[in-house]
Ligand binder design. Structure first.
Ligand code: ADP
Length: 637
């Protein structure tokens, strides 16, 4: 096949431009990225050779080799791993598959200053393309294990790349970087210097489990009779999780995190666990500092890496942590599993289930510790991952209390600072029995909903729950610390001291008699929409609101079920009227005057529609509402 020229995909081109113009200040990390890819390629080849003995690949000396050439100003990174086919080169190197990329690039465009853009790049991570931070031309020669022909890929990173099939490529991947001339003068950036390369590998890639070798420098001149020098292995290859805890620095942990996660920023928290005894394993888990863009997308790769006795077995091992901890990255190394353990076996393995339980509890207890020891970091954690963690309130009954214990919620108590349930309970008023909340689409809609009026008037704190998952978990969680969780938009509201309640009861009885006629008539008029019309004890300002019965499904939950394709019957709600509101008093007077006419009928309808609007709900016939309203307004002019 002749040499073909391809254009980079638009997103890839944008990313490359940023690399070429080096918006990321720490250029050294390009080597970490290339070594990380090479290490993955060696892992993949080892596994594939294990599964397929007809592969015909040489796995006797898997390693990474680095070569510097100061005269030619090149750096070569070579691995004898899995390699790539021609299609794979075009697919993997020419395009960006990550589903979060489009959003990332949008954010990046909006980032106004360089520091913000750099921060974004750091969160996203850029693998192979980061070579263009230091090279003005990159050549990649690769041969897929088991195939005869290889592929040469070349690009300057400016718009296009060429691909050509070659007959004599060695197994694996060789990447040659032609280093930018402007970096030659500066010792700090001279990547053709063995000294520099040695330092970077030591700093970023020491724990890589494959040998990273540096070829000896060619003999400096003729006439020297030295024996050919052995290649030098630059990394210790020691697994961090197997080294004594006090020997490993935070920086070393962080580099492992970056290797595993493809994130360029430090993790928020490192979790170590060493289980001894009959089933021995080590876990090194990380909580990232940022939620990835695709955390809520389908196909998000979750799970940690599984090793068996220091040997890499699989990525994204889902069996080790529950889905609501899918943002946790890391390594679990088990001593007693078989080296060719499969996903099917893992799903049934009792030991794995025990690990799953223990690791889950360990992560949750780490978050709990963070709450008291590092409130700022906990706040970051909750901002980034609270929404995911709350999924566990539904799916993990065993750890429900632990999850509730580390959860925070927006509250009417403090507009700026979310609260824990424990603190809410501490602040509960005398005589207050329940923990009150209101769910809804936005904080503003919830805060200003008529349902809040009596609570505001009495100074009773209400939690403001506006994540979609909140609608669902509140149905599944009956209580916290012996206090029932109660929606302020459900059931009857009965607030205040015993004396206040008694006085209110008397007053209500009297009003009940006064309004009985209107209530019965309105219930009849609006029977298509509501199952009852009653007087309200939760309103102080608004004329009316709509509430649900204590055990009924809320409209939001109904919609959610429908969106998931489940058939649910429509549940009618209850219209509550505020007898102290002049409009309601007026309705009652007019109704008492004799046979209700069209004007009163329309007014009843409008009152119901307004109640729906006030809670942020949707009208079944908005244009009719507008027409009735316009007529009314016109008559007032
Ligand atoms: P990432 O590593 O974040 O997926 P890269 O752009 O670095 O992104 O690499 C894209 C893909 O190209 C990798 O996922 C891998 O499949 C392939 N690849 C990169 N380097 C190598 C290599 N040295 N050997 C084999 N495949 C590689």
């Amino acid at each position: 096949m002749p040499t073909e020229t391809f254009e980079f995909q638009v997103e890839a081109r944008q990313l490359l431009q940023m690399m070429i113009h080096s918006i990321y200040s720490n250029k050294d990390v390009f080597l970490r990225e290339l070594v990380s890819n090479a290490s993955d390629a060696l892992d993949k080849l080892r596994l594939e050779a294990l599964r397929d003995d007809s592969l015909g690949a040489d796995v006797s000396d898997l390693h990474i080799a680095l070569e510097t050439d100061q005269q030619a100003r090149t750096l070569t990174v070579r691995d004898n791993g899995i390699g790539m086919s021609r299609e794979e080169v075009v697919q993997l190197i020419g395009t960006i598959a990550n589903s979060g990329t489009a959003k990332f690039l949008r954010d990046l465009k909006e980032a106004e200053d360089g520091a913000a853009a750099e921060g974004l790049i750091g969160r996203f991570g850029v693998g192979f393309y980061s070579s263009f931070m230091v090279a003005d031309e990159v050549t990649l020669l690769t041969r897929r294990a088991g195939e005869r022909e290889g592929t040469r890929w070349t690009s300057t990173g400016e718009g296009t790349y060429t691909v050509e099939t070659v007959g004599d490529a060695p197994q694996g991947t060789t990447i040659v970087l032609r280093l930018k001339p402007e970096d030659a003068e500066d010792r700090l950036y001279d990547y053709s210097s063995p000294w520099k390369i040695r330092e970077i590998v030591k700093r970023y890639s020491d724990f890589i489990t494959w040998p990273i070798r540096m070829a000896p420098r060619p003999a400096s001149g003729a006439g020297e009779q030295e024996a050919p020098a052995e290649p030098e292995t630059l990394n210790s290859m020691k697994a961090l999780w197997a080294r004594p805890r006090d020997e490993v620095t935070d920086d070393e942990y962080h580099e492992l995190y970056k290797h595993i996660s493809h994130d360029w920023s430090d993790p928020l928290e490192t979790v170590r666990l060493q289980a001894e005894g009959t089933f021995e394993y080590q876990a090194l888990l990380f909580v990232p500092a940022h939620a990835p863009q695709d955390l809520f997308m389908q196909g998000y790769k979750r799970g940690v890496q599984l090793y068996v006795k220091r040997v890499f077995i699989m990525d994204d091992c889902e069996e080790l942590l529950p889905p609501y901890l899918r943002f946790v990255k890391g390594v679990v190394d088990a001593q007693d599993l078989s080296l060719n353990v499969s996903r099917e076996i893992l799903q049934q393995d009792r030991q794995i289930q025990l690990m799953h339980r223990r690791l889950t509890k360990k992560v949750l207890s780490t978050v709990k510790d963070m709450m008291s020891a590092a409130p700022d970091r906990y706040a970051t954690f909750w901002r980034e991952f609270g929404r995911v963690l709350k999924e566990g309130l539904l799916s993990d009954a065993e750890n429900r209390d632990a999850i509730l214990g580390v959860s925070s919620f927006a509250t009417t108590h403090d507009p700026a600072e979310p609260t824990t349930l424990a603190r809410y309970v501490e602040r509960m008023k005398d005589g207050q029995e329940h923990i009150f909340y209101l769910t809804g689409e936005s904080r503003q809609a919830v805060e200003n909903s008529p349902h809040m009026e009596a609570f505001r008037a009495k100074g009773i704190e209400v939690l403001l729950l506006t994540d979609p998952v909140d609608e669902v978990w509140v149905e599944a969680v009956p209580e916290f610390d012996g206090r029932a969780l109660r929606s302020v938009a459900k059931g009857q509201v009965d607030l205040g001291t015993e004396a206040e309640k008694a006085a209110a009861g008397q007053e209500r009885e009297q009003q009940q008699q006064e309004y009985a006629g209107l209530l019965a008539w309105m219930a009849e008029r609006l029977s298509e929409h509501v199952k009852e019309v009653r007087l309200s004890s939760r309103l102080t300002v608004s004329p009316a609101c709509v509430v649900s019965d204590s055990d009924d499904v809320t409209p939001a939950l109904e919609n959610l079920y429908r969106a998931m394709g489940q058939e649910v019957p429509h549940v009618k709600r209850i219209l509550e009227l505020n007898p102290k509101h002049p409009l309601v008093a007026g309705l009652n007077r007019t109704h008492g005057d004799g046979s209700p006419g069209t004007a009163l009928e329309e007014a009843a309808e409008l009152v119901y529609d307004m109640a729906l609007l006030a809670e942020g709900g949707e009208l079944s016939d908005p244009s009719r509402f507008v027409r009735l309203m316009a007529d009314r307004l016109e008559r007032t002019l």
